[in-house]
Design a protein around this ligand. Structure first.
Ligand SMILES: Nc1ncnc2c1ncn2[C@@H]1O[C@H](COP(=O)(O)OP(=O)(O)OP(=O)(O)O)[C@@H](O)[C@H]1O
Ligand SMILES: O=P(O)(O)OC[C@H]1O[C@H](OP(=O)(O)O)[C@H](O)[C@@H]1O
Length: 193
């Protein structure tokens, strides 16, 4: 595949969606952002995703409509198979991924650039509460997930040969977007050498 997959992951509330939306909409950006299928009601605040029922999700999965899919936080997530077409065409494509699915993603796309978005832990809770998409109990469950998905797994990924970089989003979003874009530019330049 001639294109570059950029697989972005990180704790809930770390700013993956904000970062991806801002990066893809920066003036002159040629980046493509995959719109996800999520079994979440369309009324929920948040990213621009296709919302569907669990039954419809299963049917799509069965007919091979997803390039990648996973379940987390009581929801199912799917990345449309059109991802492969965009990569074949040579595009740089951004995907909002899951840490738990990362190893499988790298197995399927060994040249993927994996970006871990991090935020100082006290800020995470604050941002999730301010966003107000989940109940307090759901937020607590999302934070508890971080203990199991401790950043130590990054080392395991690197040992397996994956390209993993960290972007800190504890400051203002614009700074993180600039760092993110710089990282992608560097990775794609290196790839072409
Ligand atoms: N740098 C930032 N400074 C202040 N607020 C931010 C920053 N980045 C993101 N936010 C806010 O933090 C909240 C969480 O961000 P966002 O929804 O992008 O995170 P996420 O990683 O996509 O979360 P999830 O995985 O749960 O969907 C949002 O309300 C967003 O506006
Ligand atoms: O915890 P891990 O496995 O990294 O990610 C789980 C999933 O949860 C988040 O989605 P959202 O908060 O429902 O939009 C992520 O984007 C990911 O898809």
């Amino acid at each position: 595949m001639a294109g570059q997959l950029v697989y972005v992951m990180g704790p809930s509330g770390s700013g993956k969606d904000s970062l991806l939306q801002s990066a893809a909409s920066r003036k002159g950006s040629a980046l493509r952002l995959m719109k996800r299928y999520i079994t979440r009601s369309a009324e929920s605040e948040g990213e621009d995703a296709f919302s569907l029922s669990p039954e419809a999700f299963d049917a799509m999965q069965a007919r091979g409509a997803f390039a990648m899919s996973w379940r987390a936080n009581g929801l199912a997530y799917g990345i449309p198979i059109e991802l492969d077409e965009l990569l074949e065409q040579g595009h740089t494509v951004l995907v909002n991924g899951s840490r738990a699915y990362c190893e499988a993603a790298v197995q399927r796309y060994p040249l993927a650039l994996v970006v871990l978005v991090q935020v100082d832990p006290p800020l995470l809770l604050q941002r999730l509460l301010q966003r107000g998409r989940e109940s307090r109990e759901e937020i607590a469950q999302r934070l508890a997930r971080n203990t199991a998905l401790d950043a130590a797994f990054i080392e395991t990924l690197r040992k397996q040969g994956a390209r993993v970089v960290v972007v800190d989003n504890s400051g203002d979003l614009d700074t993180a977007v600039t760092q993110f874009l710089h990282t992608i530019e560097q990775a794609t330049t290196l790839e072409q050498q």
